[in-house]
Ligand binder design. Structure first.
Ligand code: PEP
Ligand code: MG
Length: 463
């Protein structure tokens, strides 16, 4: 048995295919899983690899694997998030998997508990076939929450929006009963293109999303590249510490012609629906002021050109660095809404690379410093009168949801497949209970104790 992390829920049983990427060396590598390597892989296989990039997972989607086992990567690595959005059961951080598992072995992947069983005997296969059936039944039972309004047990209302990266994701969001798109990751949309999309192409794409959501809010995040996200047609210099480097808003402000194209497209799409813009990895007020000045300049040009656009588009800040959380009272005065990115907030607060599977004890949203920053950001946002949502993976974790609600969060942006479970979780808690739980755990000194308490408070097993 190999121990890893439950990166994407579900159980997969199948025959192993070991993927050897052509280049996995160096911190800056883009391991090359190519379509040639994948051409012989059959549907229903269990894919075992040392490294898988988000792009490789996207290529795997069409093969419909039974499951994925990856040696590297944490729970919120972008590769794991893509596997989760496709509903492929996955265990990440399964160190040694490519040595222990051999091509052609039968493998059971338990993406609920984070275990991989190589060469299981028949009784184990039978046991996991039954567990898989149970998991599917649980998912089917949750379907009744798809079309409902989101309400807590005392009738307090909340909203569940979705995190998506392409138009297929938007369709999944609608199918699962999303009340908006809380995070459109434009770098995922860009990664499906051969070249950087033009202003017209981007406008068409964003407008399509806005129209599909029929008046529900659509939050388009400007390009968030750098760190573990790179695009072949957006040149980036080698960096010693890419997560601390020229990424996200820093990259965009440093490449004004490119950034202007994207902002113009978002402003134009805002004329066809309820579109707002979200800025990733903000660390200071100056970044938002520079962005606002650029938007004003673009609006003035577009007015002169007679373009159709919305010059009153809302501007949101992603609070995903400790710096932004610390100055959330100041940032609240400079923007229209906050979206808390817990994945990066954990990484930057705990100084623990989210892609490094060895650091799981630090990559936890229930580490006290992370919880304090989240609580403070929600309170500062709400007292300034701006909406606050949470869009990191914490927003779909049934153990964390009542805590976020107890801090005052009413907007949860999650992957489309998680919508019914998040809606059920909220329906099980009154606001008072959630507030009491949040207060109780904020007095606890360690991640371990907090997790134990939250597990014992669960009203339902996790689906
Ligand atoms: C986050 O950091 O929590 C987030 C939602 O953004 P991403 O996962 O794309 O970095
Ligand atoms: Mg982020």
């Amino acid at each position: 048995m190999i121990n890893g992390y439950e990166a994407s829920k579900g159980i997969g049983i199948g025959i192993a295919v070991i993927l050897q990427s052509s280049d996995v060396s160096g911190s800056d590598s883009m391991p090359g899983i190519t379509s040639d390597i994948l051409s012989g892989v059959k549907p229903g296989s269990v894919i075992v690899a040392r490294v898988l990039t988000p792009a490789a997972i996207s290529m795997l989607r069409d093969i419909k694997p039974a499951a994925i086992v990856c040696e590297t990567g944490g729970l919120t690595s972008h590769s794991a998030l893509v596997a989760k959005s496709f509903g492929i059961p996955a265990v990440y951080g399964a160190i040694g998997a490519t040595d222990i598992i051999h091509e052609g072995d039968t493998v059971i992947v338990d993406g609920i508990r984070g275990f991989v069983y190589e060469r299981p005997d028949n009784s184990l296969v039978e046991e996991f076939t039954a567990r898989k059936r149970e998991f599917i039944k649980e998912r089917t039972d949750l379907e009744r929450f798809r079309g409902m309004k989101t309400k807590m047990a005392d009738g307090s209302s909340a909203e569940i929006l979705c995190n998506v990266g392409d138009v297929v994701g938007v369709m999944n969001a609608i199918d699962n009963g999303a009340e908006g798109i809380g995070l459109y990751r434009t770098e995922n949309y860009f990664s499906g293109m051969k070249n950087a999309p033009t202003e017209d192409e981007q406008t068409a794409n964003y407008s399509r999303v806005a129209r599909a959501m029929e008046g529900f809010e659509v939050v388009i995040r400007t390009l968030d590249i750098g760190g573990d996200k790179r695009l072949p047609f957006m040149p980036q210099e080698h960096e010693e510490n890419p997560f601390l480097g020229f990424r996200a808003i820093r990259y965009s402000l440093g490449n004004k012609p490119f950034f202007s194209t994207q902002l113009r497209a978002i402003l134009r799409s805002a004329a066809s629906g309820n579109v707002s813009v979200l800025i990733p990895m903000v660390t200071c007020v100056e970044e938002i002021r520079e962005l606002r000045a650029l938007i004003q300049e673009l609006c003035s040009d577009m007015r002169d050109e007679g373009a159709v656009f919305n010059d009153d588009m809302k501007i949101g800040v992603m609070v995903e660095t400790p710096a932004a959380a610390e100055i959330s009272d100041l940032l609240a005065g400079e923007c229209d809404f906050f979206s808390i990115g817990t994945n990066d907030l954990v990484q930057y607060t705990m100084c623990a690379d989210r892609g490094d599977g060895r650091l799981s004890y630090l990559q936890s949203v229930t580490q006290p410093p992370v919880l304090r920053l989240i609580e403070r950001t929600i309170k500062n946002g709400l007292s300034a009168g701006i909406p606050v949502s949470v869009c990191g993976e914490a927003a779909s974790d049934p153990e964390i949801i009542p805590v976020l609600a107890g801090f005052g969060c009413r907007r949860f942006s999650v992957d489309p497949l998680s919508v019914p479970e998040v809606r059920r979780t909220l329906s099980e808690w009154t606001l008072k209970e959630a507030e009491e739980l949040a207060m109780e755990i904020m007095k606890m000194p360690s991640d371990h104790e907090i997790r134990q308490r939250l597990k014992s408070a669960l009203k339902h097993g996790k689906a």
